[in-house]
Every structure is written in structure tokens, then in C-alpha cells.
Design a protein around this ligand. Structure first.
Ligand SMILES: [Zn+2]
Length: 305
């Protein structure tokens, strides 16, 4: 798949890609961003496994993958692969869409911002009540940064937080995994800037808009997507499926999830990011519909007697 390069239309962010139909996507920094692109990116070996020209390791399980000018994926493996996004706004604020899974990981990213850019305002947006949508909150709030989240996320965290923790621990087979201990100890900290879920939220930073979109109940009742229209970047969090399986459906609304994804399809999107998985193309939305359709088709029909 070949991505267009939007240098003229979107000066804040330049997406560069190489590849062809059916080929693996390779993302490289454009020379126009101030650093030379890697002229010989490593030959990819797996389908849909993007290779980033700029990858910053903050810890063995925490990486920043640079998408373009001022836009990053924060990839936290805890032990599940969990993506959030970090975007530098024109007014120098850094905006997190989602958070890393643990406050320690969020703190490492905050430390990196200070190291690389100096003291900056930071805003975090929670995309649901699950740990991979808000687990970093304690670090943001301790630093005095606002954390936005919906009223339903606050309520579900209070009502179902411990159930979610038990479910998460159940997914970690190794009893000695340090991630087991980390999940067991994770403090559930709600957002401090609450918006009504049904209304969503629009934030502006130096003229650039960030839209928090609620497309109805999907993978969980309170999942939201974070859209950066000026960059044609959609962070779909857990409501986009990057792989070929549906994953955690414990709270999924399978009847409404597809129509929720369809409401996002008219958005102008060059890059879509799911919470789990490496795939980054806008085809993630259709992939989500396809995976859900296959799941529904394979499900044993429930017969009422
Ligand atoms: Zn998730």
C-alpha cells in the first residue's frame, strides 16, 4: 500500500511511505523533517510490520515510534502490546491519546519530553476505563497535568475496575511475571477533567484541533477515539482491531460496534492507530468490520428455548 505524502496540505506532519500494492509498509522520515531518511531501510520480513526510521527506546518495554513531525506512537508492552499516541501541538503542548499502561511508563515519557524539549504543558486523554486507556494517569496528575476522560469512564472505573484487573491478571499465564505484580499493584486513578461521553470533546491548541469522538458502545461501553484532523491521524484505541482476531470481548457490544466504526469512516485519515497491533493504515477500520463479521459468523447462534 502506498501512502500519499501530504507535505503541502499538511505542513505540520509529513507521512512518508514506500511500498507497493501488497507490499509491506515502510515508514521513513522525510529529509524535509530535518534528518536524512534512511536510504536503505531494513527489508521487512513480516506482512504489515512497519519499520520506523526513528525509534526511541525509553525502556526495554517502552518505545516511541516517530510517525512524522511531532507525532509518535507510544508502544508499551506490559506484557500486551499497547499503543497510545503522543502529538506535539503548535502551541508546544504535548497531547497523549490514551496513556501507557502504568504510571512508571508514563513518567518515562514525561521525562523524555523534558529531556528533549524542556518543560512543556502536557494533556492526557483517556480513551476508556481499561488499564491500557488510563493506566498512566497517576503520573500525569502528580505532575499537575490535566487528564480528560468521560463521565462513563469515571463510573465504570469505580464500578468495574477490580473486575477488569482480575480479567487482566487472568491473561498473564506466568505467575512470576513482573507484569502480574505491576497489574496487581496498579492504582486506578480517574481523570480529573470530565466530559459527557455522548457529547465528546473538542480541544484546541494553538489553532490545531483535537477531537474526542464517541461512536457508541464498541469494544467496551466507554471507548472513545481521538482524532487529529489537521494531521489526518486517528487513534482508535481498542475499538479498532489491528489483527485478525477480536480479542477481549468481555464487555463488547457486538451489535453496535460495527456501526460505531462506520461512523468514523467518513473522517479524512492517512494513519490509523489501534491500541493493539502494529498496523497503521486507514484499512484498519474495514479490518475491524471484517474481523467482527467473521467472529459473528463463527459464533454459535444462541437459541432461545
Ligand atoms: Zn485494549
Amino acid at each position: 500500500m502506498l501512502w500519499p505524502v501530504h507535505t503541502a496540505k499538511h505542513p505540520n506532519l509529513t507521512w512518508c511511505a514506500t511500498g507497493g500494492v501488497g507490499a509491506v509498509l515502510v515508514i521513513a522520515l522525510c529529509p524535509s523533517l530535518g534528518r536524512a531518511a534512511d536510504p536503505t531501510p531494513a527489508a521487512p520480513t513480516q506482512a504489515v510490520a512497519p519499520a520506523f526510521a526513528a525509534e526511541v527506546e525509553l525502556a526495554p518495554d517502552l518505545h516511541l515510534l516517530r510517525l512524522g513531525a511531532g507525532a509518535y506512537i507510544v508502544r508499551h508492552t506490559c506484557p500486551f502490546l499497547c499503543n497510545s499516541v503522543l502529538v506535539e501541538m503548535p502551541d508546544v503542548t504535548f497531547v497523549f491519546g490514551g496513556t501507557p499502561g502504568f504510571p512508571e511508563a508514563a513518567q518515562r515519557v514525561l521525562d523524555w519530553i523534558v529531556r528533549e524539549h524542556g518543560t512543556r504543558p502536557v494533556v492526557a486523554i483517556n480513551t476508556g476505563y481499561h488499564f491500557d486507556n488510563l493506566g498512566g494517569n497517576a503520573a500525569f496528575l502528580a505532575a499537575g497535568f490535566p487528564v480528560y476522560g468521560s463521565d462513563l469512564t469515571v463510573r465504570l472505573l469505580a464500578e468495574r475496575g477490580e473486575r477488569m484487573r482480575a480479567l487482566t491478571l487472568g491473561f498473564i499465564a506466568d505467575p512470576n511475571s513482573p507484569y502480574r505484580a505491576a497489574h496487581a499493584a496498579l492504582q486506578f486513578v480517574p481523570p480529573d477533567h470530565i466530559f459527557p461521553l455522548e457529547q465528546g470533546l473538542t480541544l484546541r491548541f494553538g489553532g490545531e484541533e483535537v477531537r474526542v469522538i464517541y461512536p457508541g458502545p464498541t469494544q467496551a461501553p466507554d471507548k472513545v477515539a481521538v482524532y487529529f484532523p489537521g494531521r489526518r491521524l486517528l487513534y482508535g484505541s481498542c475499538l479498532l482491531l489491528a489483527g485478525d482476531r477480536a480479542g477481549n470481548l468481555a464487555e463488547a457490544d457486538l451489535a453496535h460496534w460495527p456501526e460505531g466504526v462506520r461512523t468514523l469512516m467518513p473522517l479524512a485519515i492517512d494513519v490509523a492507530v489501534a491500541a493493539h497491533g502494529p498496523r497503521l493504515d486507514p484499512g484498519l477500520l474495514q479490518n475491524t468490520l471484517d474481523v467482527l463479521a467473521r467472529h459473528q459468523a463463527a459464533a454459535v447462534p444462541s437459541v432461545s428455548r
